[in-house]
Design a protein. Sequence first.
Length: 435
Amino acid sequence: METKTPIKTQAASASAESAAASEANPWHQAMLQLDRAAQKMKLESFVLERLRHCKRILTVSVPVKMDDGSVRVFEGFRIQHNMDRGPAKGGIRYHPQVSLDEVKALSFWMTMKCAVVNLPYGGAKGGIICDPKKMSKGEIERMTRRYTAEISIIIGPEKDIPAPDVNTNEQIMAWMMDTYSMTVGYSCPGVVTGKPIEVGGSLGRREATGRGVFYVTRELAAREGFDLRKAPVIIQGFGNVGSNAAKIFSDHGCKVVGISDVGGGLYDSKGLDIADILLYREKHDTIAGYSKAEHVDVDAFLELPCEILIPAAMENQITRANAAKIKAKYIVEGANGPTSGEADKILNERGITVLPDILANAGGVTVSYFEWVQDMQSYFWSEKEINARLQEIIIGAFAEVYDLAKKEKVDMRLAAFMVGIRRLGKAASLRGVYP
Ligand code: NAD
């Protein structure tokens, strides 16, 4: 798959756009990452071209009867980027800033992620442009059911398996599973993962992404020779990924000194009481009013003093504007696409190690894979078994990427792309996709 043929890169075509607009566009950022890996690997242009295109893009309109009797029509997407290694897999996001380019990028990163940790999946992603914070539970349920019906023509346990992402949760997955099951006429738990246990969910799925973030960070500490319990951690985002990561780091005796959600940040140099903050969030749905820590503005949060920074909110948080001000020595990407290409360059020059999203947050899709396997077999595993298998996969993938990065003298993102692209190229080649 690797030749000496020179290739034309997407970087050239992106140059017409202003740097800031490109930085804010996740698809441009994803393609710049791909180009960088392609250059290093001297990749055949047809391998690169295949990865630059999404296999299937579906846009749907989702009419919803609102509580006041009016009807609103939301725009939704489901994108399958690549299925050369198996059925497509990827979450569903509900957010006002969802866009076609964002979903394309997220589906591409899913392809890479499944290849890096060697799960038998391709990549997909979906989303609806909406603000669920301003919708009632009934409105969200009706929107979810209609969206599921609209995308049911391309999803299915052998085709494409959605999961939760930003602002979607176990309840929403249960509605999706129910709607799809109504369409096919039998109960079909394998169509989505991240479901409640009672309808075919897996033990350990809720915590899996945060747990994977912890495992890769622990491996990094062992390889780089620092004591994780003495390295202050800050975490941006206190949703599924961020709050579970905070709890797991804290349960292992680590010092989480800062956390934030969309309403603001909390900081305590002596370490925050994560268990107490979780109780507070359960009651108030946010951490914003918590009184037993210093409050920090969201914009200044990422620049707080720490050794380990875990962005676990949204993409494009570490950019050319703040990369030089980051104090962390290590960045572990819990979120997808939190660091722009420009920021990556600055961080590299400053000697800051970035554990890339396609490795660092792969714990979620790994346990989603376990959930799907259990659903297909109607045979469920213990939590101990699940965590042990998760640990084995994540540690194995970490070692492969870390060792390649050292061998090739490249950063961990580039090494992870190289691992993933090689697997994808090989699969497509064996299937006879390429000449
Ligand atoms: P979530 O909806 O559960 O939580 C998102 C959190 O981010 C919330 O606490 C929200 O308040 C906060 N947030 C949003 N904007 C913020 C900002 N500007 N500053 C600070 N906080 C902000 O979502 P999630 O499932 O935890 O996903 C978070 C990220 O992790 C996303 O990039 C997602 O794609 C990625 N991810 C999620 C999973 C998963 O299993 N859920 C797996 C892999 C990757």
